[in-house]
Write a protein that binds this ligand. Structure first.
Ligand code: HAM
Length: 430
């Protein structure tokens, strides 16, 4: 029996696989590090929440009629328990739940958080769309000022800029509020009704359940039919319109280019006012590098006091695939050991000294290795080269007896002897 990772889930490996160089742990760590650094610079602090949440949290927040809740959640009930649990399909609702549970909103009138987390959605997989994916996300609670919308969006753009990605476009829209949206939904239905039967089956389903989502289609015929559909922005009330205009003023002030995209609707019911997506130019059909928006009713919906909020989630996989496509080499730090100990001669004498030396190097903060397979000198040397060690430390019977070791540079082949007890200091000095 051969086991494999579940469909559309993947392993991230210690060395890059030849065809998918983005599945390399060092790259993940590097990108996560850049994200952490940018978040820190903007005053966001890290939060971590469990993989599992009560299913009802997602139903209430994301909305029962959305694709995520109606089709894509990994939900289960443990034998002997009545409680239904779901592997989180996104990060926002769990963060809101945690902040309410720990009274963080009460303690921090303006609360700015970031997270890096795994999400699970039972999707039709393809390149860039997986059943487990990682998001780099932020959420800012406590202000309904459009300047913070601009800050959130700018942070995302800054993150991509720090990685060297500029082949992307920012799309923004306003999706109104729970009060203004019903008017628009009806206008959209009125527009579609005369040709409803020509719409794709999915389009017709959305007409009934969630008409805004009709706009979020890749079906060419649906797109053609919906070309002249009314725009949400024409149905905004004065407050939403003003918010949207101010956001644009701030983005311009910050030098962030954007497109106003009236067809941009996001797959969650919780959004109000600002919605945005960053679309990569090299990603094919799964082109959303990341997206987010404002959700001024969500905290209350989840049982907290009314608290405005805005945030985003950026797809880790799509970010790494973009870097690969653009040929951007990340300056990932070397994982090679500095030193590799090579043993020669009588094992019962040399090995205890070698093991001790290895321990002392590592305690001194030096990345060091040896070969535990009892192999000859040549093979140990080969292993040192394979690992990319900068120095080999040669330890034979005679050196062990004299309590010295020979340090050899793999680059210049120069060699010198030092007392074993001084090896760590000598390497650090090099
Ligand atoms: P989302 O648009 O569903 O938003 O996901 C954010 C990003 O995660 C997407 O733009 C995409 O890059 C990536 N992503 C989503 N699903 C997949 C998948 N199946 N495979 C690979 N990548 C994927 C949210 O989840 C919201 N919680 C974002 C947010 C935070 N809004 C406000 N705060």
């Amino acid at each position: 029996m051969k086991y494999a990772a579940p469909p559309y889930m993947y392993d991230v490996l210690p060395a890059a696989p030849p065809k998918e160089s983005w599945l390399h742990t060092a790259k993940w760590r590097y990108v996560e590090g850049v994200f952490r650094e940018v978040c820190c610079r903007y005053g966001y602090r890290e939060i971590r929440t469990p993989i599992l949440e009560q299913t009802d949290l997602f139903k209430r927040s994301i909305g029962e009629a959305t694709d995520i809740v109606s089709k894509e959640m990994f939900t289960f009930t443990r034998e002997g328990s009545e409680r239904s649990l779901t592997m989180k399909p996104e990060g926002t609702a769990p963060v809101v739940r945690a902040c309410i549970q720990h009274s963080l909103f009460a303690e921090n009138p303006l609360l700015k958080l970031y997270y890096i987390g795994q999400n699970f959605r039972y999707e039709r997989g393809q390149k860039g769309r997986y059943r487990q994916h990682q998001q780099l996300g932020i959420e800012a609670f406590g202000s309904d000022d459009p300047a913070i919308d601009a800050e959130v969006i700018t942070l995302a753009m800054e993150f991509y800029r720090a990685l060297g990605i500029s082949e992307m476009d920012l799309h923004i829209n306003s999706v109104g509020t729970a009060t203004t949206r019903p008017l628009y939904k009806e206008a959209l239905r009125d527009f579609v009704r005369p040709f409803l039967s020509e719409l794709s089956a999915e389009g017709q389903r959305r007409f009934e359940l969630n008409p805004l989502r009709m706009l979020d289609t890749k079906d060419k015929n649906d797109l053609r039919l919906l070309e002249a559909a009314p725009h949400m922005t024409d149905y905004l009330d004065d407050e939403c319109r003003e918010h949207f205009l101010q956001l644009q003023t701030y983005l311009t002030a910050l030098g962030v280019p954007y497109f106003v995209d009236p067809t941009l609707v996001r797959g969650f019911d919780y959004y109000t006012k600002t919605a945005f997506e960053i679309k990569g130019r090299n990603l094919g059909s799964q082109d959303a590098l990341g997206g987010g928006g404002r959700y001024d009713g969500l905290v209350e919906e989840c049982g907290g006091s009314p608290t405005p909020g805005i945030g985003f989630g950026l797809g880790m996989e799509r970010c790494l695939i973009t870097l690969e496509t653009l040929g951007i080499e990340l300056p990932v730090p070397s994982e090679s050991p500095l030193a590799f100990i090579i043993m020669l001669g009588e094992e019962s004498v040399v090995k205890p000294a070698a093991v001790k030396l290895l321990g002392s190097l590592r305690s001194a903060g030096i990345a060091a290795e040896m070969d535990y397979r009892g192999r000859n000198f040549k093979k140990q040397l080969k292993r040192a080269d394979e690992l990319g060690a900068s120095y080999t430390l040669l330890l034979g019977d005679e050196e062990a007896a004299r309590k010295v070791v020979a340090i050899r540079s793999q680059a210049t082949k120069e060699q010198r002897e030092v007392p074993i007890g001084d090896a760590a200091a000598a390497l650090l000095a090099l």
